[in-house]
Design a protein around this ligand. Structure first.
Ligand code: PMP
Ligand code: GLN
Length: 384
């Protein structure tokens, strides 16, 4: 294996899901829902296969899907994208992010990412030969992982090319505030940075907190690649239909990389996701309400079991601090947990640039049926 990929062998999600199967534990590790998406959307995929939508779709994605993506961004956030030149369908958000980094960064360029971050970011930055510069999110007095814009400013150098943002944020559940995003936008404009924003949890926000796409802030539209996908919004994480939207020259760069990574993907899922975006946003609103209740259900169980819960405002993950349990090593704790009580979670440290900083954190997913959450909470109560 090449040296730049050596730190990135098996993903922690695959590892922990395999552990859940091997120990017959309840899997609150990898973030995938245990119920299906909207029936009409599932039916549309079956129908597309029957209708012969089984060969390569057009390179940028099927036109009606690109139109639907642009229409939803316009209707929801007032963003305007030309479906022909400013929208690209990808194999999940993962490919959109990888293609953006590969298509927009020269070797040696610096990429700033929030720390902790989703595990694919450091890997694709390494594949591009670029250099990751982490900027910490730290829990504030309320337990929200907050961005210190001054620390972001301090991380910018003449080699900084790209800012990789994620809001709502995995693994912390932070939804970046207007004040944080104003600060980000001001810096991006001042230093002429490209911004890539991962918004896969855009609809999954709670307590009335609204997701604001970074590209809607002053000076940002012309420098931002907005990434999202169908997986989380419509509970079809295995379909891997994602997209990148942005100014034509930036999308052309993403497309240049994308076409030689996968060329195209998921032909019959593309019409199904078109149905999802055009007629199932109400379903997503219900999902959001359900997830808020599930967050509260799991959080209550975790608190009762002795965890400190860092209240998430979005995503379907809750970060906990295990020092309140008298524990200090999240990795060891997660490897033992299935054997101790039959529950799988993900050690926070895998998301942190400095694993020492991430050690006390453990992430649980709450995108599961109520009875699964209840059973997990009952088991976790046995930790006492
Ligand atoms: N970004 C974040 C922050 C995620 O949590 C995930 C989780 N799956 C992805 C990207 C990947 O999205 P997709 O499955 O659409 O590639
Ligand atoms: N995004 C999901 C998580 O954070 C899992 C994605 C994956 O398995 N790579 O748990």
């Amino acid at each position: 294996m090449v040296s730049r990929l050596r730190p990135f062998t098996t993903t922690i999600f695959a590892e922990m899901s395999a552990l859940a199967v091997a120990t017959d534990a309840i899997n609150l590790g990898q973030g995938f829902p245990d119920t299906d998406g909207p029936p009409a959307v599932l039916e549309a995929a079956r129908q597309a296969i029957s209708d012969g939508v089984n060969q390569y779709p057009p390179g940028p994605g099927r036109p009606e899907l690109r139109q639907a993506i642009a229409a939803v961004r316009a209707q929801t956030y007032g963003q305007h994208f030309d479906p022909d030149t400013e929208v690209l369908v990808t194999v999940g958000a993962t490919e959109a992010i990888a293609a953006a980094v590969l298509g927009l960064c020269e070797p040696g360029d610096e990429v700033i990412a929030l720390d902790p971050c989703y595990d694919s970011y450091p890997a694709v930055v390494a594949m591009a030969g670029a250099v990751l510069r982490p900027v910490p999110l730290r829990p504030d007095a309320t337990g929200r992982f907050a961005l210190d814009v001054d620390q972001l400013a301090a991380a910018i150098t003449p080699r900084t090319r790209l800012l990789l943002l994620n809001t709502p944020h995995n693994p912390t559940g932070t939804v970046l505030t207007d004040a944080e995003l104003d600060g980000v936008a001001e810096l991006a404009v001042r230093h002429d940075l490209i911004v890539v924003t991962d918004e896969v949890y855009e609809y999954l926000t709670f307590d009335g907190v609204a997701h604001r796409p970074p590209a809607t802030f002053p000076g940002m539209a012309e420098r931002t690649v907005t990434v999202s996908s169908a997986g989380k919004s419509f509970s079809v994480t295995g379909w891997k239909i994602g997209w990148a939207c942005g100014p034509a020259p930036l999308i052309a760069a993403v497309r240049a990389a994308k076409q030689f990574l996968t060329y195209v993907g998921g032909a019959p899922f593309q019409p199904a996701v078109t149905v999802a975006l055009t007629s199932e946003l109400e379903w997503v609103r219900q999902l959001r309400g359900d997830l808020q209740r599930k967050r509260d259900r799991l959080s209550a169980g975790l608190r009762a079991a002795g965890f400190e819960v860092l209240h998430p405002q979005g995503t379907y993950f809750v970060m906990t601090d295990i020092r309140s349990l008298g524990e200090s090593d999240g990795m060891r704790f997660c490897l033992e947990l299935p054997h101790r009580v039959g529950v799988v979670a993900v050690p926070g440290e895998v998301f942190f640039a400095d694993s020492e900083r991430g050690k006390p954190f453990v992430r649980f997913a709450f995108c599961k049926r109520d009875e699964v959450i209840d059973a997990a909470c009952e088991r976790l109560a046995g930790l006492h």
